[in-house]
Design a protein around this ligand. Structure first.
Ligand code: CMP
Length: 161
């Protein structure tokens, strides 16, 4: 699977975004369809997620979340890259990766700082929207759990799957 949203889809989104830059409508469904996190969702459920979400854009160098701050949103990278930095190391996120789940899951502070490395387009879910999506789509919780385990293994330098 391609790890970038296609240029045509991004152009379509930019057109729709002229009226309301934060609004995500039906034209986001093809984008969400390509996100591994939403791989098992029907068109109807994808439209539901798109309705709950907002688009959030960041310029290169902008901090998106700061370690230690309270967390109120979950993000899926649609276009661009970000750097994640925590006390023990750092890693890079690109299109179709997600971040910000940890604080929303346990209510604790942000575990790491995430900075946009390039101009970045994200899909953003508020805490309550994230909870609604997890409640209605248990498969998503499983994908998030698997990714959390992968990140723990990576951060600890443990053998990986
Ligand atoms: P959260 O703690 O809410 O905010 C910072 C985010 O950085 C965190 O959620 C994860 O999404 C992400 N993050 C934290 N640690 C790692 C890691 N080791 N590898 C990749 N991403 C991470």
């Amino acid at each position: 699977m391609s790890r970038t949203a296609s240029a045509a889809i991004l152009a379509q989104i930019s057109k729709a975004a002229r009226d309301d830059p934060e609004k995500m409508g039906a034209d986001w469904v093809p984008v969400l369809q390509g996100v591994p996190l939403f791989a098992n969702l029907s068109q109807r459920h994808l439209r539901h997620v798109a309705r709950l979400a907002r688009a959030a854009r960041f310029s290169a160098g902008a901090p998106v979340v700061r370690a230690g701050a309270p967390g109120d949103s979950f993000f899926v990278v649609i276009d661009g890259n970000a750097r994640v930095e925590w006390s023990g190391g750092s890693s890079r996120l690109g299109p179709l990766d997600f971040f910000g789940e940890m604080s929303l899951i346990d209510g604790g502070p942000r575990s790491a700082t995430v900075v946009a490395e390039t101009e970045m387009l994200t899909m953003k879910l508020s805490r309550s929207a994230f909870a609604k999506v997890l409640e209605s789509e248990p498969d998503i919780a499983l994908v998030i759990m698997k990714e959390l385990v992968r990140r723990v293994r990576q951060a600890e330098g443990s053998p990986t799957a």
